[in-house]
Design a binder for this molecule. Structure first.
Ligand SMILES: [Zn+2]
Length: 301
């Protein structure tokens, strides 16, 4: 593995490689960008290079051997447990980080989805970011920067990840997964390979959602509700589907469809506040129908 094998974000690649080569390494980085864009892959490869004991990638490198066998004593990943990173996880890290590295000259910590840290966890991490041991590098990843305390952000060097070009995603899917979805389809993944793969895996579901969205202005309420069954059935995937509906509506560049976006946003919030699921979907479908069939809405049903 090297950065060469990761798609997109060439500027980030060049910068990280240069930093390793020149040995200009900081204590903390924040990798920021939308979900599914390769931030964690980049962070892991950066970590491997930081820990590596050789100048070039080399089979005999003890550090890389340990790294690839997921057995590197100087490399740690902290991930959300039940959707949050808790203060206990940060405290454990803080105890460990004081122990000197064993195999490599450095220790590297990745905090994946760092925005899921509780406020307490973030405040606790601050102490380490303020005074890290000289051998330590901490990489935080986030797709929701606004949830991080400013005091955390100001202590990290921010590396911004850009969406990946549609053509590059298509090329990747063709090479790695032997599938070739249309460019129109890939555009709905907003430049995220992770999302493109999800869309592909759940193609049947998303095709039904498409059908609903394409027909909503051509049919009556009852037919629309029938076609909306896919939304009622997909409780587990609903947040992803709502995100998808937003992208679909936005890409149409039609005023009536844009007017539906606030209803989707409202539905997301209602669902997170654990309102009655079916009622939330009723609200969404009925309001979208009325918005798109405005001229009929007063007279029918
Ligand atoms: Zn190595």
């Amino acid at each position: 593995m090297s950065f060469e094998n990761i798609v997109g974000n060439n500027k980030v690649k060049a910068f990280l490689e240069q930093s390793v080569k020149e040995n200009h390494i900081l204590h903390s980085y924040l990798f920021s960008g939308i979900e599914g864009i390769g931030k964690t892959l980049f962070a892991r490869e950066f970590a491997r290079q930081l820990l590596c004991l050789e100048k070039e990638e080399n089979e005999n490198c003890l550090s890389c051997q340990k790294y690839y066998s997921h057995n590197h004593p100087d490399f740690y990943e902290i991930e959300p447990e039940n959707n949050t990173i808790k203060i206990e996880q940060i405290r454990q890290m803080q105890e460990k980080i004081l122990e000197k590295p064993i195999t490599s000259k450095r220790k590297v910590y990745l905090i994946i989805d760092s925005d899921t840290m509780t406020k307490e966890a973030q405040n606790c991490l601050l102490k380490t970011l303020e005074e890290p041991p000289e051998y330590a590098t901490i990489v935080l990843t986030t797709s929701n920067e606004s949830k991080l305390l400013n005091t955390i952000k100001s202590r990290c060097m921010k590396i911004s990840f850009e969406p990946i070009e549609t053509l590059k995603i298509q090329e990747y899917l063709k090479k790695q997964m032997q599938i070739e979805p249309s460019l129109e389809w890939i555009k709905r993944s907003e430049g995220s390979i992770g999302k493109a793969i999800k869309l592909q895996e759940k193609k049947e579901i998303y095709e039904k959602v498409n059908e609903l969205l394409e027909n909503i202005e051509k049919q009556d309420k009852i037919a629309t509700l029938k076609q909306a069954e896919v939304l009622y059935e997909q409780k587990e995937n609903i947040q992803d589907i709502l995100e998808y509906i937003n992208v679909f509506l936005y890409n149409t560049k039609e005023k009536q469809k844009w007017n539906c976006i606030p209803y989707v946003e409202q539905t997301k919030k209602r669902l997170l506040a654990s309102s009655n699921y079916d009622m939330c979907i009723d609200y969404l479908v009925m309001n979208m129908w009325e918005e798109m069939n405005e001229k009929y809405s007063r007279s029918s049903i």
